[in-house]
Design a protein around this ligand. Sequence first.
Ligand SMILES: Cc1ncc(COP(=O)(O)O)c(C=O)c1O
Length: 342
Amino acid sequence: MRFVDLRSDTVTIADDAMREVMARAEVGDDVFHEDPTVNRLQEMSAEITGMEAGLFVPSGSMGNLICLMVHTEKGDEIYLGRQDHIFMYEAASASVVAGVQHRIFENREDGTLDLDEVAFAQRSDDAHQPRSRLISMENTHNRCSGSPLPLDYMASVREFADERSLAVHLDGARVFNAALALGTSVAEVCSYADSVTFCLSKGLGAPVGSVVCGSKDFIYHAHRARKLLGGGMRQVGHLAAAGIFALENRVDRLADDHANAKRLAEGLSAMDGIDCDADLYKTNIVYFELTGDRNPRDFVKAMAKRGVRFFNLWAKRFRLVTHLGVTAEDIEFALKEFGEEL
Ligand SMILES: Cc1ncc(COP(=O)(O)O)c(C=O)c1O
């Protein structure tokens, strides 16, 4: 039976070429900074993001948490969007571990925040109030249509932060998709932030891993924070090798994922029973809603039986994500199955 998995871009499986470089990787003890493959991945990542240094971490969530730990002190406040991954899906680690308070603002459809609202929330220097310390951006924005945040918005966040002595963190789990959609470099997208976390295990197709990048001093402290979280790793060059392979071979092909997502969105938008505004989707993530009163869970189950897997993320809203395991033919197959099921 044909099967297409549109649940997430994290579901990809390493192919023979990637496994081969992982098996052959030159390794050492990374806790002693002696793993040449990890060192190379970190140097490459710093260069790509235009930052001074990088740190290999097990996951995007740990990378984001490490950045928050380095930028803040307990009792500080961080500004985030209500739909941001750090607020929605990271087990409240910013509160539990970094000890900071989230200050939440509504995201617009494209993931941006209204900076006038944020300005209004700014704390004064007063012993009753937490200290405002950081503003975070997510680019691309997962829950907001997979949108690439526009560069002029990122520039305005940078300016806003500089005027208020706030640090800027970028959750760039899909920053390569953002750069592609914006027609610019990853370094340009990261240039508005003090720190970035990007993921090797999403569109880039590595089995695991993310990289935190920032200044040399920032990464020095990030290394300590990773240790505190139990994230000291040993001969982890086998995993870093997959990351290097992904950075060298899997960036340009993200254009296929974007084209496949666009075709999917256009196909769905033409169907009765589905509400999907294809113009909203510029990267590898597509959302749609059912217009009738069909139970969303039943719909997901029925489509899975037809070989098309995806998630019902909230209410009647469904998410579809393209990735290197999904071909243009898979998209046509999925559209055909949607058409028959509706
Ligand atoms: C926008 C965003 N940030 C961070 C993460 C966390 O990455 P990980 O699953 O590696 O912890 C994800 C994961 O889906 C994500 O979509």
